[in-house]
Design a protein around this ligand. Structure first.
Ligand code: HEM
Length: 598
């Protein structure tokens, strides 16, 4: 009797499934595996979905049709098909699906990353372009990138010989850079002395959690009637993470609003939040902005600017450490083009084709967003003769495209030389390499992302030798992927070895007049640090008046903290100080001078 009951239930489910799929089955879909009732093809998707989909595409082809739960999904695994979706029919596929992440972690789709295609999204992209990503704006923030780059390099100097998790150091630098550009200053504390609303560690935890939760396959998004159960617990985590993120965003907003209120008509926008706030009452805007929009749009950039370059650089370094000959080639190029007496600047990048090829090769084998961000069809459409229904989610499998042997020779091998002399850029024009996507939804921050990535990677290679910790071999480098909206490694340990390249001398002249309150030792430390993080060019500071002196003191204190260990412990350093008037020359040579000469 009981078995008859279960047979009846199974038959009813089957009939409902057949009826629901009747219309669907009459369509000319791309090939794909047959779906199961309720779960669709979820049974074929493992913990790294891009790899499962890559394996399936070997059987079903470059355009593949699946069901994730009840949602139709098309997976694209070739450049010619990617072109169809991101260029030929871009206007149809420029929207995003509705997801729990969009609702619970981006102020109900007010951040543009999950915003549906439409007036709000297009207005926000225009604001981004004019306020942040235009060449003029990007140039105006170059000084911040240079300052933060130097602080990053000086932090590395301090860590000589100590195994570090590189990714964390780079994220720290990215976060500092992007916070200063967007928020005007860092709103997180880096040491116990500072009191901010979050510590660096807490803020990084929030961002990491955001990245993870915005990339997961949340069952409720695909099987809507199961949404309330939150089977994987992701929605609960989203809400908890968002509460912390919003507390931070709200604090930043209130801080900016207070200045705006205090300065009234004299208020001048100094950063992105200011610019957005000024637009809140703009009657000319097609879609009105409220404070959640300001927070959502700022949050998008904070995440995009912080959680992107770090994994790319970490992948690049992990690959390079496996092939030391590549590091040699990169440093030869840097020595030849940059020389040994300065850091690499942004305007040098066009002259560093090998470094550029390393970045392209990294993005080919380890694209950050392996399946791009999901796109969704706004209308029914035909692509390559197949029917694609309104509401279908499109995944462009960049990971599979990077491993396609009909496009790339020996695709599993990390070989930057393959890009040398080839006209393949990363700006969405060459569909075999789309790390930033292409078309309307392409990453708006690609230029900034590339500037930061190139600059940090080139200077890390230019300024330091890199080794693995003592007990580690090349084979032990962890290349396992951690899934999220950005794919990253587990965080390899690397050692910053000796500072590498600089046989140059640096001269620095401080001329102070008036009474200098700090003792001589502090002065020396200050100098050393200033010299240390300088761009290796002769540098001249003149401070004529006491008030100017006090203005520069906090900055000098900061330098001091950074450089003490370097100045006193680094053998190839000579500092000559004339402490009356503080006239200093510091010389560093790898094989030359061996003591710190006071
Ligand atoms: C190496 C660095 C970066 C990589 C590889 C990268 C990659 C991507 C990709 C693949 C997309 C999705 C494109 C699509 O849906 O077709 C995207 C979107 C986005 N990126 Fe980036 N990105 C980087 C840096 C940045 C930076 C520095 C920012 C901002 C400061 C940023 C902000 C955004 C935003 C706001 C979107 C959403 C755009 C939209 O939906 O219209 N990204 N990024």
């Amino acid at each position: 009797m009981e078995s008859l009951y279960w047979l009846l239930v199974a038959t009813i489910i089957l009939v409902i499934f057949i009826l629901l799929n009747y219309n669907d089955n009459r369509k000319n879909h791309p090939p794909g595996p047959p779906p199961w009732p309720i779960i669709g093809n979820f049974n074929l998707i493992g913990p790294l979905p891009h790899i499962s989909l890559h394996n399936l595409s070997k059987k079903y082809g470059k355009l593949m049709y699946l069901k994730f739960g009840s949602v139709p999904v098309v997976v694209v695994s070739s450049p010619d098909m990617a072109r169809q979706f991101l260029r030929t029919h871009d206007h149809i596929f420029a929207s995003r699906p509705t997801t729990a992440a969009g609702k619970h972690t981006t102020y109900n789709y007010r951040a543009i990353s999950w915003a549906p295609y439409g007036p709000y999204w297009s207005q926000a992209r225009k604001i981004y372009l004019s306020e942040l990503f235009s060449s003029k704006r990007l140039d105006s923030y170059e000084y911040i990138r240079v300052e933060e780059r130097n602080i990053f390099l000086s932090r590395l100097h301090k860590m000589v010989g100590v195994p570090i998790v590189l990714k964390e150091q780079i994220k720290h630098s990215n976060l500092s850079m992007i916070s200063r550009i967007l928020l005007g200053r860092k709103y997180f504390s880096e040491s116990n002395d500072e009191k901010e609303i979050v510590t660096l560690k807490e803020f990084q935890e929030i961002l990491d959690e955001w990245i993870l939760l915005n990339g997961v396959l949340n069952i409720g998004d695909w099987i809507p009637w199961m949404e309330f159960m939150d089977l994987q617990g992701y929605v609960k985590r989203m809400k908890a993470m968002f509460e912390r993120f919003d507390r931070f965003n709200e604090h930043v907003l209130q801080d900016h609003m207070a200045r705006m209120k205090a300065e009234k008509d004299g208020f001048v926008a100094k950063d992105m939040v200011d610019s957005l706030l000024k637009l809140v009452d703009d009657p000319d805007l097609e879609v009105k902005l409220d404070s959640d929009c300001v927070k959502g749009l700022t949050q998008d950039l904070l995440v995009g600017g912080t959680e992107t370059s770090a994994p790319v650089i970490e992948w690049a370094m992990s690959e390079l450490m496996k092939q030391p000959t590549l590091i040699k080639k990169a440093t030869e190029e840097l020595d030849r083009v940059i020389g040994k007496d300065r850091w690499v600047d942004e305007h040098d990048h066009p002259n560093l084709p090998f470094i550029d090829s390393v970045i392209k090769e990294t993005m080919r084998l380890h694209p950050l967003t392996v399946l791009l961000a999901p796109h969704v069809a706004l209308h029914d459409c035909k692509v390559a003769g197949y029917d694609i229904a309104k509401g279908t989610t499109i995944f462009i499998n960049l990971w599979a495209m990077g491993r396609n042997s009909s496009i790339w020779d020996d695709p599993e091998c990390f070989r930057p030389e393959r890009f040398l002399g080839k006209d393949i850029d990363m700006k969405g024009q060459h569909f075999e390499l789309l790390p930033f996507g292409s078309g309307r939804r392409m990453c708006p921050g690609y230029n900034l992302g590339l500037k930061i990535t190139r600059s940090l990677l080139a200077n890390m290679l230019h300024g330091f030798d890199w080794t693995l910790p003592d007990d580690m071999k090349k084979e032990d480098i962890n290349m396992d992927e951690m899934y999220g909206s950005a794919i990253t490694t587990n965080g390899n340990l690397l050692c910053v070895d000796s500072p590498y390249n600089f046989s140059i001398f640096i001269s620095l002249i401080f001329i102070f007049s008036g009474n200098f309150q700090l003792n001589k030792w502090k002065q020396l430390k200050m100098l050393a640090s200033k010299i240390y993080i300088s761009t290796q060019k002769p540098l001249r500071f003149e401070t004529q008046r006491a008030n100017q002196m006090s203005e520069s003191r906090p900055m000098l204190h900061e330098f001091m903290k950074i450089a003490v260990p370097f100045a006193i412990s680094y053998p190839a350093t000579l500092a000559l100080c004339n402490l009356q008037g503080l006239n200093v020359v510091l010389v560093r040579r790898p094989q030359g001078v061996t003591s710190l000469n006071l």
